[in-house]
Design a protein around this ligand. Structure first.
Ligand code: SIN
Length: 284
């Protein structure tokens, strides 16, 4: 055990950076997850925000069981197909770059209750590239000067999937009908710019480059400048961790307190992921 490790009763945790991310060693998720292990995993998840597990040769059912440690899986939404017979597992496949995921974002913030966590299981990985980066938005908030905090506290941001994903929804022969249906189902959604994490109580910056179109309660010019400044925070290396995927890597992240970026650098190679998202609550 190195100075970077934290010994839990049911696994060993190795910090990936001082700020965000931890590797979990000593678990085989083909075996039943004991109540004690569940408690410890939840504790590690809230503290480190992203957990990395390697060599998990698990089935889709095992992935769902693991995800349930952290919450309640939700059925897939509008943008990715589901795995046949698994309405809770989305299939993310791409050659070179996945639609929209190579921009800093939290998943599904255009929903009224964006998902609380996301769990990805790597099926096929390019020989090189296709890493994912995460940024801690609690660390980003903590480092803001007090006068900036007092300006953004109380503002709201508008989140809209149309900002970047219209082209994806409009693809294919039924594109226009799907676009109209998605527009009706998911109108633009307003969330606070500073969100309080419902479990840890920590404050975090809840504005992302993929979905936040503008801030309200402030002039357009100032709002646009602030939006750009706040979305840029995720680019700060000190708030980030980067993960090199291998087949059967499994990652779960807190989708409230982090943003992520899937690097689109592996064309013409193929990357295939199974994704489970967990139900969230209304940001406050
Ligand atoms: C996502 O944005 O949820 C997927 C990230 C990835 O494919 O690495």
């Amino acid at each position: 055990m190195s100075g970077n490790d934290q010994q839990f009763k049911t696994f060993t945790l190795e910090r990936a950076t001082p700020t965000i991310g931890a590797y979990i060693h000593g678990l085989d998720l083909r075996e039943e997850i004991t109540p004690e292990c569940r408690t410890e995993l939840r504790e590690a998840f809230l503290e480190h925000q992203v957990l990395f597990l390697r060599d998990q040769h698990i089935t889709p059912d095992d992935q769902i069981e693991f995800a349930k440690v952290f919450g309640d899986p939700q059925e897939v939404s509008a943008f990715f197909p589901s795995l046949p017979e698994y309405p809770h597992i989305e299939v993310l496949e791409s050659r070179g770059r996945a639609a929209g995921t190579d921009v800093w974002h939290s998943d599904l913030t255009w929903q009224a209750t964006p998902n609380s966590a996301t769990c990805l299981h790597a099926q096929e990985i390019p020989p090189c590239g296709g890493d994912t980066l995460w940024a801690s938005m609690t660390a980003a908030y903590d480092a803001l000067p007090e006068n900036v905090k007092s300006v953004i506290d109380g503002l709201e941001g508008v989140h809209d999937w149309e900002k970047e994903l219209t082209g994806v929804v409009r693809q294919g022969p039924d594109g226009e009908a799907r676009y109209e249906e998605t527009r009706r189902k998911y109108p633009p959604m307003t969330h606070p710019v500073v969100r309080k994490h419902p479990e840890t109580g920590r404050k975090l910056v809840y504005v992302n480059a993929l979905f936040t179109t503008r801030l309200t309660g402030i002039s357009t010019q100032l709002g646009d400048s602030l939006r750009n400044m706040l979305t840029d925070l995720a680019r700060t290396p000190e708030y980030q961790v980067r993960f090199r995927w291998e087949p059967n890597s499994l990652v779960i992240w807190d989708n409230r307190s982090t943003q992520h970026y899937a690097v689109g650098d592996y064309h013409p190679h193929y990357r295939l992921m199974h994704r489970v998202t967990l139900k969230g609550d209304r940001p406050a």
